[in-house]
Write a protein that binds this ligand. Structure first.
Ligand code: FA5
Ligand code: MG
Length: 388
């Protein structure tokens, strides 16, 4: 919804040639730490957990759909905002909610310039591939989001999109309507994949909302004593098929978070490890096989630093996290809101706990104090907050 809002207004202003929204037009907000990851393509390395997982999912679809799925893993992550508009266009009416939400897209998405973004999901490629005639395809790629910081969130991660178009002869004899048939087919397919990858794990389906599917679902897996969301999916909105000339068909689509699945599959405790160049990590996957359980080389002690401040209306957690990552990089393990109150004057205070921990070595007190000092300075100067 966030993306749609900004894009809607962008299109609207274009159409009406108003300049009012121009002031807020996003320019480049891609920090160096993100920029430097472009082109890494972990998903194309056969001896990296992300690449190994991608290959295993390919095998599953090849075996179950006799090679019908066409695979893409080299589409550029730099996409026009139009790629994202296309996918949302049919829902403008539904999502025309207050304009004060507009800025949130900039809060969640990396803009290269006002018309170009780093894709925030592989769904950005759905319409273009449908339009050129594909009916079964998988798209794997790196995706980018400004997001919170903890062991299962990282600003660059990998998704695999799957789309399958079904023609009426597939469901006429089923006694179901096309949509119900597709929803059932989708869930069967993904449950089959989960069983192939994991054997027995606890999973559950959650009903949810995506602008481009209806009904929509998320799959969660029980991992490290919590439910972890691993994918989103649903039955494609008819309007999307109509615009690619497939009037009588139905389709389903999913978007898998590859890191999340790989964490369960290989027992990888922290999402930062996927970017590690430490041989003690890399070498464990060198034979390119499934079924390896990662052996943590050591767990170094964490260090906790709390920071309290009065926020202003423009404060967002994503902006805070971006600053912390900009300074501490992968030495930051988590940024968590631990206290939140509003005083009689209406001022709101937040207390965040920052957890510093290296996956490769022990950090010194001196080093952490320096990092925390730099974080406080940067937060003070870049966010409209008042440290307490
Ligand atoms: C989507 O991105 C939809 N495009 C998925 C989809 C495709 C729905 C096709 C319907 C049809 P969502 O924002 O929930 O949905 O992200 C999908 C998955 O990406 C999540 O379930 C999670 O596994 C993973 N993910 C999301 N944010 C992060 C992050 N910051 N770090 C790591 N993985 C993430
Ligand atoms: Mg989700």
């Amino acid at each position: 919804i966030r993306y749609v809002l900004l894009l809607f207004f962008r299109v609207l202003t274009r159409l009406l040639t108003l300049d009012v929204v121009r002031e807020n037009e996003p320019t480049n907000n891609v920090p160096d730490t993100i920029f430097s990851k472009l082109g890494t393509q972990l998903h194309r390395r056969d001896d990296h957990p992300i690449g190994i997982l991608k290959n295993a999912i390919y095998d599953y679809f090849d075996a179950n759909y006799s090679g019908k799925f066409v695979k893409f893993d080299d589409l550029s992550p730099i996409v026009s905002v139009k790629a994202i508009i296309n996918l949302f266009l049919q829902n403008f009416d539904d999502v025309l909610v207050p304009a004060d939400h507009v800025s949130r897209s900039y809060n969640d998405t990396y803009y290269v310039d006002s018309q170009t973004v780093l894709r925030c999901h592989t769904s950005a490629h759905q319409t273009e591939l449908l339009r050129i005639g594909h009916s079964h395809f998988l798209v794997t790629g790196d995706v980018y989001r400004r997001d919170s910081i903890d062991s299962t969130h990282y600003p660059v991660f990998h998704q695999m999109e799957g789309v399958r178009v079904l023609s009426p002869d597939e469901w006429v004899d089923s006694g179901l309507d096309g949509t119900s048939y597709a929803a059932k087919d989708l869930k069967n397919s993904l449950e089959g994949l989960a069983r192939k990858l994991f054997g027995d794990v606890e999973m559950r389906w959650i009903d949810t909302y995506f602008p481009f599917t209806n009904p929509s679902f998320e799959l969660e897996i029980y991992f490290q004593e919590k439910w972890m969301e691993v994918l989103g999916c649903g039955v494609t909105e008819p309007e999307i098929l109509k615009r690619s000339g497939k009037i009588h068909s139905v389709a389903w689509a999913f978007g898998l978070g590859l890191e999340r699945l790989a964490m369960v599959l290989f027992d990888i405790p922290d999402i930062r490890l996927f970017w590690s160049t430490d041989q003690r990590f890399i070498s464990q996957f060198s034979d390119g096989k499934l079924g390896i359980k990662f052996k943590p080389f050591s767990k170094y002690p964490p260090c906790y630093k709390d920071m309290s401040f009065w926020i202003s209306d423009s404060f967002t957690e994503n902006n805070l996290c971006e600053i912390v990552r900009g300074i501490a990089g992968d030495l930051v393990e988590e940024v968590r809101l631990i206290d939140n109150f509003t005083n009689k004057k209406g001022l709101t205070s937040h207390c965040y706990r920052i957890v510093y921990r290296s996956m490769e070595r022990s950090l010194t007190d001196e080093e952490i104090n320096q990092l925390q000092g730099d974080v406080r300075d940067a937060v003070q100067s870049k966010l409209m907050i008042t440290l307490r």
